[in-house]
Design a protein around this ligand. Sequence first.
Ligand code: ZN
Ligand code: ZN
Ligand code: FE
Length: 760
Amino acid sequence: MERALIKIHGIVQGVGFRPFIHRLVREHDLKGFIKNTSSGVELELDGEREVLERFVSEIPSRAPGLAVIENIETEYGLECGRFENFEIRSSKREAFRNTLISPDICICDDCLREMLTPGDRRYRYPFINCTNCGPRFTIIKDIPYDRAKTSMSDFPMCPACNAEYHDIENRRYHAQPDACPVCGPHVFFMDGEGRACANGDDAIAIARSLLRKGSIIAVKGLGGMHLACRADVEAVARLLRKRKQRDEKPFAVMCRNVECARILCEVSPEEAAVLEGIRRPIVLLRKRKEYEETLRHLSENRCLGVMLPYTPLHVLLFGDDIDALVMTSANLSDTPILYQNEEAVRALHGIADGFLLHNRDIQTRCDDSLCSVLDGREYFLRRSRGYVPQPVRISKRDDLPSVLACGAEQKASFCLTRGGHAFLSQHIGDLKNFETLSFYRNQISHFRRLFDIVPQRIVCDLHPDYLSTETAREMSEEQHIPLLQVQHHHAHLASCMADNALTGEVIGLTWDGTGLGTDGTIWGGECLIGGFETFRRFGSVLPIPLIGGDRAVKEIDRVAFALRHAASCKNDDENASHYEAMLASGVNCPLSSGMGRLFDGAAALLGIKKSAGYEGQGAVLLEAAADEAEDGCFPIEWLEENNTLFFDWRAMVAAMEQRAGAGESTAVLSACFMNTLVRMAEQQCRRARECSGLNRVVLSGGSFQNLYLMKRLPVLLREDGFEVYHQKRVSCNDEGLSLGQAAIALHRLGKETNVSGSTT
Ligand code: ZN
Ligand code: ZN
Ligand code: FE
């Protein structure tokens, strides 16, 4: 008999970890206690060495799905008295200060089985949940996290539920949202005018039959409302587009199961694992070849965003005969997702033919997450429901000061740190919309309260007009917290470094649409050399004059005009003389080195698209058009100015124009364009390595949402001996920017307080 001290580091609080340990301890007949610590949990156990070792070895594989175990330290042979029993020791203060809150998790297999078992007291009950599944973040009003501080406060537990809740052997032990048909929430159906029609199972039956007949139904989910309709009837999907005024943006589809997803799309085993995982993001899947055209009403590119049912209500709605439904966020042009019953009925009048709602309030909006699968794991375009507010660990140290990073503007997010944990917000949206801005501000306060964080620094972008910058400045003044401004692409670089636990200096390819540079011009095709401390602009893309400023971001044929003009190619636009005059005078033609703009210009030049219906559409369609077997390339030239190595795209544009004129296909030329960028990046990195001796390359910025680039550039760089890193835990686009801002601020603060600034 001996005693073991076991320290488990990671995300092991608020995820049903202690009841799990309790059961495992029981199984092995061990005695002792468990308590929470600032970085995880700590156990002291008495038992035979062999049993203790077996116990420890089983923890990682059997832990609850939500737990993230970073490492386990075990010490044997401690001085021991004898423990009489096993107990969970809790200190209120500790628990409070280190609160972690679980994200919302899809219905688990145990609950699913119960729900579909006739005679079970939760048979066909759409709010069934347990310690391992159900709503969390979206129903929490305040901390400490218990039922009274959630939407469930309206539903006092019945004796049966109460007994389960207090029984540590029960899988609903301390499951705050636990409920049953006797004591819990219920669903109801309203018609298009908001008149109540039916409750419970009848409500679900009406919604199902209307959906099958081709109606558009609003369905209340975990973090907001969806608009649902048949995915297989083109006319219905088109009607939804018309009513929602969403002309071109792709729709997400919810499929009954992976087999149904396979009818529409190619699904690799890795993709299936993410689809079926407990977090249930929308996964971008490649459409099956034979459906590339017929699924255009859902998505105009080669991919389709697919998710599987994640609430019990979704499961009941699909039954065993609906295979696929369009499930798009219910919101009106750029406003945040609708999440309250009355508001939804009002706002969706004339859009939804009916409403499948319920009386469990959503406290916090949370949109569906969106990712593709790269190297076997999520590659985020949007990290939101199912992931937020689980922190990203960016340092092993827990004595770091707290910071608030305010992110960018169009894909807004913020990040609050506590110790080595970074808490990133859910998807917020474009702050230029007033309601989105107030949502953003409310969420900052909400997160600060939930995680008990008082920041010692506020960080924001360099751009003075970003509404996030304005918010940061206001908070800084009101609360007397020092402000730090960080250059946009430096923050992208730092985000990828923090994401991969890198220190020191790296070569950073940060490619996106727009970010304000330190010289006052617009950057976006950057090759930086630097780290958390500082950076320099090693290379970029030759600036493109944007004819009419922001108008050129939408009317991308203006960019094509500027490209042709610079490359001395013939331009035959009806506005040619007007544009020429603007370019000659430079009036209202700001210069941009944005990679996104180069993509836009190429898309317009190749006749793929003349004006962009949404940001990044040019790049998305160009990627979709490319012939993946083509490995040709255009000429690459360089221009050195102000110690910066600019990719001079004029030769490329001239070649592209000439070959297009000769009738070469858009598919081949699109591929050649991206191949050129890949080669260009490789050459640039080589020159940066010669200059700096650095061998690590980080890839960040919204342009790397492009999987054509992501499948080729890292391969080429690795062949060249580089170590290549991309974003893994946060998005590569501006949504992931706040993580980089926070990492830079922590580094600065570390230096100021004279401790090592390492953030790994
Ligand atoms: Zn469950
Ligand atoms: Zn009950
Ligand atoms: Fe950016």
